[in-house]
Every structure is written in structure tokens, then in C-alpha cells.
Ligand binder design. Sequence first.
Ligand code: ATP
Ligand code: MG
Length: 565
Amino acid sequence: MRVSKYILPTLKENPSDAVVLSHRLMVRAGLMRKESAGMYAYLPLGLRVLRKITNIVKEEMDRAGAHECLMPELTNADYWKESGRWETMGPEMFRITDRNGLEYSLGPTHEEAFTNLVRSVISSYRDLPINLYQINTKFRDEIRPRFGVIRSKEFIMKDAYSFDIDQKGLDESYNAMAKAYRRIFERCGLETIPVQADSGNMGGSASEEFMVASDIGEETLLLCEKCGYRANSEKAEYTRPAAGSKSAAEEMKEVHTPDIKTIDDLVKFFKCEEGMFLKSIIYVADGKPLMVVVPGSREVNEHKLKNFTGALELDLATDEIVQKVTGAPFGSAGPAGIKDTRIIFDISVKDMSNAVTGANKMDYHFSGVNPGRDFAVKEEADVTSARAGDICPKCGAPMYEKKGIEVGHIFKLGYKYTKAMNLTVLDEKGGSVTPIMGCYGIGVNRTMAAVVEQCSDERGIIWPKEVAPFQVHLVGISKTDDETMAVDEIYEKLIAAGIDVLYDDRKASPGFKFADADLIGIPLRITAGKGFFANGELEFKERSGKEILNVPADKLLDTIKEYLK
Ligand code: ATP
Ligand code: MG
């Protein structure tokens, strides 16, 4: 491709709305442009990268035995109603009504659509296992679209759905995907950290997220250097420190604490550590109030709470409900004296002594509170989030934290959709059996952005070989027509040899061309300049390195092929 005939609107300045590196570079390198908030158009150079990634995904999915399909992006509301998600998907799902009043969603995900498809084409255990996938656009009305294509309203996802006759089959389908994902990201030149993720109530190693370590990541990962335990913060467990010998139990006392609401206020007022307080938070779980009690130094982990209670919907209680449950306004709740409301205690609470809690009375707290004596600890669970320094649940070493961008997710779904949508097949004995599902997603555009986040320097992008928009960037620095013709010949030779080459044939200064080459980041730059016109030597430079190699024109193809290997 000749740059003079291409559309390559590179920019020197960062776009003012781009706050992260990948967004800035993807716009500046002429890969994409914003269409409107959370929506991007890909220019030819960007589309090439997107296609390369898509092809890698496709090849590895096919290799793993999955079959490609293509679903409508308008998905029929009837199927969402069958699964119950028409009601539960909330405002993230775009909904549409046609002229006849039929309802659809612009597919944010396709579990229902694929379950329906499989229901219509499969009838026997002999047809299973099967894993179907598509690479297609998804629509999500994200609350905060941001970071360019990392979180956009419209994006391309590879989503796959496996159907197996039993749990053992699902384990195999899932493991095949776990392997395929590792290959995909490796081929994309991305270093990913697979972490255990929240899997609802499927348990075990039923869900893995593929994370790219990055300061702009919206996910927090808990990692153990010693044993390799890795989980996202929704899921990460931690061992509570062994209880020391309890100090002698004090008497529980009511203390007047006017205007004291926050943990910070309490720390100042009682002159003790955050961990000495018990935070009591009122939720509403599937319509019923619920109190959760955790140390003041910890946050409630709502994913863990949801899994433990099995609640489908979990919300913080309104002031009105708090008043009803505790008899006092917000900020005064405590477990002592609460009747008729379910209370769940974090597993660290029972070992505490002489704690401070709300007294369920405006402007009063209790001090000298002792779990077991002053209130019963009936239901205990791990309902707080782990953080850096916490003890690894597997080996006891301290864990550390990293931020990560989620690029892929594999998940053992279970029977949720096949049961709700009544998908059954005949089993060996002529009876009927409900298949078990897994689902597997990769954000293709987000993967592209994650590669840019990971592979760049101060001058621009450094594409890994397999996803680069072109294999070779040929820069011609000719002054005369004869010289230009000589470079054109090199270009034709490369094209004839089947090499994907971007040829900068513009009438511009070498400095300008090199700056663009560095910004665009094609892995191999070949310059035909003075040395070429004088003695037939081309300059080879890898984008990732500094060294310049002089290669005689007759060794050109061999050297490139060696490099591309
Ligand atoms: P997130 O927690 O980032 O919102 P998710 O859990 O909603 O992700 P999934 O439903 O598992 O994501 O989707 C599969 C993949 O699709 C994700 O791993 C991610 O790579 C990609 N993805 C999800 N939402 C977006 C988005 N708004 N823009 C771009 N890619 C996305
Ligand atoms: Mg999401």
C-alpha cells in the first residue's frame, strides 16, 4: 500500500478527550476516530489490526473444535423473557420496538439466542458436545463509556457457548477454551494474567478472567508470589489473622456520640483503630432486609454476599428501611438488640473483643461490645474484600495487588439457560436430559487497545508481529525521479513476494516519515535512502530496537523472511 494513496491521518497532538495511552495512540496513529461518545470508526489501518486479531481468535477457536455461526444483532424479546433477563438486564440493554410493536434488544450478549438456536437444531445426546461461537457486534449502554474502545457502547466480541451432556463434558469444553484463550493472547503478543473470577454459585475453578496488567485497569487482582494464587477482588479469599488472646471483656456501655457518623469520626472520638469498630450495613436482598456486620477497616464484598445469600437482587437499604430495621436513622446501626432481621457476620467478627458498634439509637454507640455475649453470631461468611498484604488463602504468604484490564472471560454457566428455556435432548436410554452450558467471551477491540497499552514507547506503538497492520514499513527517501523509480522497484518486489508492505512514497522529509513510522509501529522499517542509491544497501530497523542493519538489495527478501519467521 502506498501511503500517498492511503488514508493515514496521523496527528502530532494528543486528542483532548483521550485520557489513556491506547486511546491517544490509536487516534494519533490514524487507526480510528471517534464517531460519538463511546463509539468509534475504524480507519483502514486500524481495521487491518482488528482483522488480524479476529483471525487469530477464529483460528484458535476452530482449532479447539468450536464452530463459527453468525447471529442477528437484533435479539427477540421473547427469548429474553423466557430466561427472565428481559426484566433483570436493566438499563445496560438497548431495547427497541418495531413498527408492529414487537420488542427486541440490540444484543449485549447472546446466551438466549444460542440456546434457542441449539434448541431448534439439536435433539440427541449424539449431537453433543457442541461449542458454537460468533464474532459479532455487541451493544451495551454502559454508564460510563471511556478509555476509547476499552469501554465503548458498541464493540466486537467473540462469544462462544458450549453445550454438554454432563458436568464432566463441560469440564472438558471449558478446559479446551482455557487452553485456546492462552494461545490467542500469546499470539496477539499480549501478556495476560488468568485469574479466578466470581462464578456465581457454580463454585470451584468455574470462571477465569484474562487480565492485562495496567494502571488504568478497572479490575483489582490479588496475587500471591509464593504459590501463584490469583483472583480478582470480587472473588479473592484471604485468611483472617489468627485471633490473639482476647483482652478481658469490658462492660458494654452506651456512649453519647453526637454528630459522629463516619468511621473517621469514630476513630477520632474513641481514639482507637478502625478495626475496633463494627460496621453494620443494611441491604435489601430480594425484597427482604438484611444486616451485614464487618470490621470498620473492611469493605463489604457484594459479590460474595450475593453468592452466600443466593440473592438475585441486592441493594443498599433506603433510609426508611434502615429506620424500620434499627429504629434509628442511618449511621447508628449495630447488631446488638436487632430482632427479626437476618444478620450475616464476616468470619473475622467473632474473634473481636471490646468493639464499638452503633447502638440503634440516634447519636449513640456501644463500646465494650463482645460478639457472642452481646449478640449471637449465628450466620458467618466471608463477605469482605481482600486487599494487598492480606494472607493468601492457599499458602499463607502475603498477597499483593495489581490493576488489570479484562480482555477475556471463560465461565461455566451451568443449567441456567437450558433449564429456563427448556432445552432438552434424548439420552442414551431414550429419556430426556438437559444439557449444561459454558460461555466464553473475548473483547476484540479491547484486546487491540490492551496490546497498545502494553506495547509502546514515547514515540508510538510497537505492534507485535502477528497483529501488526503491515509486516514491513518501506520508507523511500529519494530526491530524483530515478531514485524514486528505484524505490518503487523495491516496493514491487516486496509485493510480488507476498509481503504486506506499507510504502511511504510521500514527498516529505525523512524526519517526518520516521516519526510517522514510529507512531504507527510496524515492526520492521526498511529505508531506501543515500546508502541504497550509492551502493544498493537498505537500512533495516526493528521498531522495538535501536540497531540499524545494512542489507544489500539482493539479500532483501531472505533477510525479511528470516525476520518474519
Ligand atoms: P466489564 O466487567 O469490563 O464490564 P463484562 O464482565 O461486562 O466486562 P463480559 O460480559 O464477560 O464482560 O464480556 C466479555 C468481554 O467483552 C470482556 O472480557 C471484555 O473484553 C469485552 N467487553 C465487555 N464490555 C465491553 C465494552 N463496553 N467495551 C469493549 N469491550 C467490552
Ligand atoms: Mg460489563
